[in-house]
Design a protein around this ligand. Structure first.
Ligand code: FRU
Length: 548
């Protein structure tokens, strides 16, 4: 038994005795002990490093662009309550996509409607004509949602509109000619994602409607023409298609170029509720044609950007310089099944860690992988390294005395998979645990959060376990786990299977353990506490360390 466990045992006993022997005892010492076992809630649940608004409700990331050293993140925001309401665009900025500074609200609803999800582009050549005095306009493209029309049962309650900023995204002016794409009589007509399509020299928009993505083209961001549609006959459709993204990508290790269409849907995700699938194909400037094998994917296909329950509506940053060349992505770390009920009150929801997407080809299959952005490494504290760990029964490999399990990066590698089950878990002294099991013969991960703390706020949160297929056939399993107070993001096999899940333990996690039906060995494990206050103290050495 480690010191933490002993200590909490003592605390537990003292609390019990305090309760039995004297309700009136007000000695300072006992007050302190009682305080130490208090159940976590609200501010205790605020993530250490994932973005949350200071106050109230947030959902989708919006308008993500990079300019002059700053990453911008806008988000669906309701500043007056901790549940969804009249949508604004909140705003946050960052130098590295990891630590964020909340900015004043960027876009407010008006007489034309709420401001729903959308994107932003840097209009370098002033094609829109919004530029003045040599200032480069940044143009936001969003959906107007008319709540009254929607309530009256009309179909045409959503349209696309634009706004521009001449001060690098701080303040915005809505275009007087809005909407730029009026509603053509289609219900669910929203979430425009615009890119500069350099190959075809056009502004290209992907838009979502119930069962498909629509593509539009423009030369000036004001006049739009419909090009084509995609998706009615392929992929998951057990809900409404929302928040698309489209972009060209080079296949790793080759000169081949393909196009990727990211397509969220709700409900109907891999584990029910909200989820984000993707398609790989070719785009000739007008039409998106999926690669062979992706023309008629079944509902439960393997092409999801994240198989977990808590990564939705994610899209990529625009205007990343060519010298950088990365595709950078971030999603909303929640699920419409329970997002409005999670046990926080001052704020609700956080974003995922920023991720780098890569397109790879294995055999004749194209896969989109994701891993945490490199920038996270500069927050690493000391390296903890363990090699050749023998797992027999429940084996604690890290505890909260060695590393704070509420802000940690753990990497491990298991070679020569031979056992049937590999379980790993986070647990605390209150008997709560979050368990991930990998069943090797089935090539399937299962996530169980039914005893991981508070879950009675929703019937949907933990009633069933979630699952994810292992995409890789490799004999070695490698993992990167990014753990915050209320979330775990798991990247297996260099980001081929990604799983993001949230939880609300009543006390912080104290142990990270492995167990299985048979004994096995973990060949290597590294852990780094992530420190956000003293960035400069983190050693150079740890940043450059070869990953396992
Ligand atoms: C996705 C979504 C979008 C919409 C926004 C409204 O989570 O439903 O389709 O624009 O949220 O807040």
């Amino acid at each position: 038994m480690n010191r933490v466990k002993k200590l909490s045992g003592i605390i537990f006993l003292s609390v019990l005795m305090a309760g039995i022997f004297s309700c009136k005892n007000d000695s300072k010492e006992e007050e302190k002990q009682v305080a130490e076992v208090k159940v976590q809630k609200d501010e205790d649940y605020r993530p250490n490093f994932h973005f949350t608004p200071k106050k109230n409700w947030m959902n989708d990331p919006n308008g993500m662009f990079y300019l002059n050293g700053t990453y911008h993140l806008y988000f669906q925001y309701y500043p007056d309550d901790n549940v969804w309401g009249p949508m604004h665009w909140g705003h946050a900025t960052s130098k590295d996509m990891i630590t964020w500074e909340e900015q004043p609200i960027a876009l407010f609803p008006d007489e034309k409607g709420y401001i729903f999800s959308g994107s932003a582009v840097v209009d370098r050549n002033n094609t829109s004509g919004f530029g003045e005095e040599g200032k480069t306009p940044v143009v936001a493209i969003f959906t107007y949602h008319e709540p009254e029309a929607a309530k009256e049962g009309k179909k045409d309650y959503q349209s696309q509109a634009i706004a521009y900023s001449l001060d690098e995204g701080q303040t915005w002016t809505k275009y007087e000619g809005n909407p730029v794409i009026p509603n053509p009589g289609i219900e669910n007509f929203r979430d425009p994602k615009v890119i500069w399509d350099d190959i075809n020299q056009q502004w290209l928009m992907a838009l979502a409607t119930t069962e498909k993505a629509l593509f539009y083209t423009s030369q000036n961001l004001k006049d739009w023409k419909k090009l084509s549609e995609f998706g009615e006959n392929t992929g998951a459709h057990d809900g409404v298609w929302e928040c698309p993204d489209i972009f060209p990508m080079r296949v790793q290790g080759s000169d081949e170029q393909k196009w990727v269409l990211i397509q969220s849907l709700n409900p109907g995700g891999y584990n029910g509720g909200s989820g984000t699938q993707y398609f790989v194909g070719d785009f000739d400037g007008k039409e998106f044609t999926p690669v062979s094998g992706m023309e008629a994917l079944e509902e439960k296909h393997p092409f999801w950007i994240d198989f977990g329950r808590d990564n939705y509506a994610g899209v990529t940053w625009s205007n990343i310089p060519d010298e950088d060349g990365r595709k950078l992505f971030l999603g909303w770390m929640s699920n419409w099944l329970y997002a409005e009920k999670v046990p926080t009150t001052t704020w609700r929801s956080s974003m995922t860690i920023a991720r780098e997407l890569k397109l790879i080809k294995e055999g004749d299959r194209y896969l989109l992988t994701s891993e945490p952005v490199e920038e996270l490494k500069k927050y690493r504290g000391e390296k903890i390294q363990k090699k050749d760990i023998a797992v027999s029964g429940n084996t604690v490999v890290l505890d909260s005395e060695e590393v704070d399990l509420a802000k940690v990066e753990i990497r491990f590698n298991i070679k020569d998979l031979e056992a049937t089950t590999y379980n790993f878990s986070l647990s605390n002294d209150g008997g709560e645990e979050f368990i991930i099991s990998y069943n090797h013969p089935k090539k399937e991960f299962t996530m169980n959060r039914s005893h991981a703390g508070k879950n009675d706020f929703s019937d949907e949160f933990a009633a069933e376990n979630s699952t994810a297929p292992r995409i890789s056939d490799a004999q070695n399993l490698n993992a990167i786990l990014i753990i915050d107070k209320t979330s775990i993001e798991m990247f297996f096999d260099n980001g081929k299977t990604v799983i993001t899940e949230i939880f609300f333990p009543s006390q912080p996690w104290t142990d990270f353990s492995f167990t299985g039906l048979e004994d096995f060995r973990v060949d290597s494990l590294e852990a780094y506490e992530l420190n956000f206050e003293k960035e400069e103290q983190n050693s150079e050495e740890n940043r450059e360390e070869e990953d396992i």
